[in-house]
Design a binder for this molecule. Sequence first.
Ligand code: AP5
Ligand code: MG
Length: 214
Amino acid sequence: MKIIMLGAPGAGKGTQAKKIADKWQIPHISTGDIFRANIKNGTELGNKAKEYMDKGLLVPDELVVDLVVDRVKQEDCVNGYVLDGFPRTIPQAEALDAALNAIGEKVDYAINVEVPDENIINRMSGRRACVACGATYHIVHIPTKVEGVCDRCNAQLILRDDDKPETVKKRLDVYHEQTQPLIDYYTEKGVLVEVDGTVEMEEVFGAIVKILGE
Ligand code: AP5
Ligand code: MG
């Protein structure tokens, strides 16, 4: 099953993608996580990506397309995968389609997690991410057992650099301008499905399971 997660920054793409990956035992491929790992390791890709990410802008297509196209060709992707944060522009979607077409495959579902802008800023300022394992929490909705410490691996939690309110606003503008057109793109392909992302995360997941089938 090849799944794409669509939705505004903070809609819950990562939260739901992890649950899908666990249930269906397929890889969760998050371009944001890949860039953050590269930033942490001080790679050339990370240094280039950071310039754009810190401003709330998209990283240029040429830095992301080959990376994902190569990743989905790896062996662990034979039974499918869930892409989180990619594609984010029409050219990225076209590049993915071309790569899949070439091997006689296609995207099965593009899941749009719908959350209005008003809810987003509050969610992002409360998000905490683990520097070591990438787990995400929310100080109110998904608190950790010990404040500031990851439940899974005991590492320290941080507020992402791009989760400051002024950067979140910019990310929302960029989303509406460059990523939202993908909703029409995948509607035309007949693979778009929508879920309400404003309800409890287990309820959101329940709606996704209903669509994908047990
Ligand atoms: P990326 O890491 O993909 O960030 P994003 O799309 O802005 O999305 P987020 O990860 O912020 O939100 P999410 O939807 O995953 O929500 P989450 O589940 O964490 O990308 C970062 C940057 O990298 C981009 O800005 C860009 O610069 C660059 N980039 C990445 N991919 C790129 C690409 N393809 N092309 C170009 N540039 C690219 O949830 C948010 C919070 O809400 C959490 O605290 C969570 O616990 C909480 N929450 C989740 N669900 C619920 C719920 N139902 N109720 C209450 N709280 C909830
Ligand atoms: Mg995410």
